[in-house]
Design a protein around this ligand. Sequence first.
Ligand SMILES: NC(=O)c1ccc[n+]([C@@H]2O[C@H](COP(=O)([O-])OP(=O)(O)OC[C@H]3O[C@@H](n4cnc5c(N)ncnc54)[C@H](O)[C@@H]3O)[C@@H](O)[C@H]2O)c1
Length: 415
Amino acid sequence: MTIGIVGLGYVGLPLAVAFAEAGHEVIGVEVEQQRVAAVNQGSSHVEDVPSKRLRGVEDRLVATTAYSELERAEAILVCVPTPLSANREPELGPLVEGASALAKVLVPGQLVVLESTTYPGTTRERLRPILEESGLAAGRDFHLAFSPERVDPGRTDHTMRSTPKVVGGLTQACGDRAEALYRNICDEVVRVSTPEVAELSKLLENIFRSVNIALVNELAVLADRMHIDIWEVIDAAATKPFGFMRFDPGPGMGGHCLPVDPFYLSWRAREYDFVPEFIELAGKMNQAMPYVCVERIVRALNDAGKSVRGSRIALLGVAYKPGVGDTRESPALKILELLRDHGAEIVYHDPHVHELPQFELSGTDLDAALDGADLAVIVTAHPDLDLERVVREAPLVVDLRGVTRGIDAPSVVRL
Ligand SMILES: NC(=O)c1ccc[n+]([C@@H]2O[C@H](COP(=O)([O-])OP(=O)(O)OC[C@H]3O[C@@H](n4cnc5c(N)ncnc54)[C@H](O)[C@@H]3O)[C@@H](O)[C@H]2O)c1
């Protein structure tokens, strides 16, 4: 088969490589010229796809800015971004642009699948009419489905092949076609009756995480006031073999998904005179966490007889999660901004993030970060961080991830 992938980012590039590795020809359409050039030179910008893997499929994967190349694809998977606008409403600009360009080259018999996370109704009400501007009818002349991407950057225990893929077609035939396609790269395909079910299932997964993280963050703030160690509480609760799922507190949510996707649903819910309060409440609690963390840092310095102003603070990890270099919506950025506002001098160490241009900061190695620091903050627990050394060398450590449990030192404060 020839497969088209629209958008070669965190979602599109791994998919493109998976289909190419399964022996198919892949055409990746991407608006950013630099990305196109990098992919064609076998240089990957996505950690989960090492450049070596990309080079292994170079004869089957071609990137281009030209939508016209998609004419020869049997199936086209759309993986463009779905961010929020400045006033936190769905920003479907990239999807509308991509769909309009696709409509101009759509040919009868093709399958189009939307993979981008979005509110229920997008595939049927937004994507379908744009594609039908081609003069072709969805369900009759071409097939249309929604299948949410479940990639979790940095995760190695579950792969694209071992993670079940949910598929909802506009018609039975659309679903059959999409199911057959994904069977090439996934062991299990989960059929649902409509695109809307598939769209909402993805949002449920993300909202579930957001709400549970918010709950445990709220308890962490309360436990601190009660002088109870929240980590010990969670460890104890997690021994229950049923009816409990572990979530850990932290500095807040980051990445492209959790801080964004739930608000796609709350926006859509307004049309139904409905306010999904769990979503809003979870968002509020998680957004407050960087402020809670800064307060903890201020307190730790105060207890040591120091003020934030003039202190040198080393932030360890600025990516939004361990093992990746993605800083989108990372709570570390808010913490950095707040500490700078308080007059702290900030240095940071993150082997995955070399520059923070918005702060005019470059990362340093761990030695340079700890050298002369009054306090080190573990914001992101990258797997290669030498915790023993951090605790040994920094006069004060604030651990926002609970990773220093097991190291007994009076200089360590945990969230
Ligand atoms: N990153 C994740 O972990 C993850 C997980 C599951 C779902 N998703 C969802 O998948 C979608 C894509 O996310 P991502 O993280 O891959 O985003 P990304 O920003 O990494 O990649 C999107 C790519 O699409 C390109 N693009 C934008 N408009 C385009 C257009 N009109 N035509 C062609 N290319 C275009 C961008 O230049 C970019 O390279 C989003 O809806 C996101 O919510 C992301």
